[in-house]
Write a protein that binds this ligand. Sequence first.
Ligand SMILES: [Zn+2]
Length: 144
Amino acid sequence: MLRKEMQEGEMNSKKKNNSESFIDEIKKVPEDVVSDFQNGKSISQCIALLANCENFKGKEKSELREWVYTANSLIINEKSAKYAEENNLKNATYKIITAGNELVCKRCESLSRKKFVLMDRKAGENCPPLHLGCKCAAAIYPEW
Ligand SMILES: [Zn+2]
């Protein structure tokens, strides 16, 4: 419930550049589809669930697969970042870890050379997922 209110607030207050609208799109993937995926439901079952959702009707299976994976990545990254925040790791930093293969895009590759302050993270801008199909993860360094 709280999460939905936050999303709507975010959408109203900042809907300017592409990366923000990409994150808004990702948040349209229903939480139960992602939690089914995290709880071991197969990717094809999750794709089938998502294909029935209003915002994703008519999309190709290959694209739906990317939405499921990317939504999962967003939730996983946010969980670990929130954990750090709740434990008051104010100076925590993170680095972007790419898949390390030839498919990594230039933007992710160059961002992976930097170090970011966890509190300043912005999914889609300086924190994964950075685009649909982004396979990057954030490695958090607590800096006790
Ligand atoms: Zn990436």
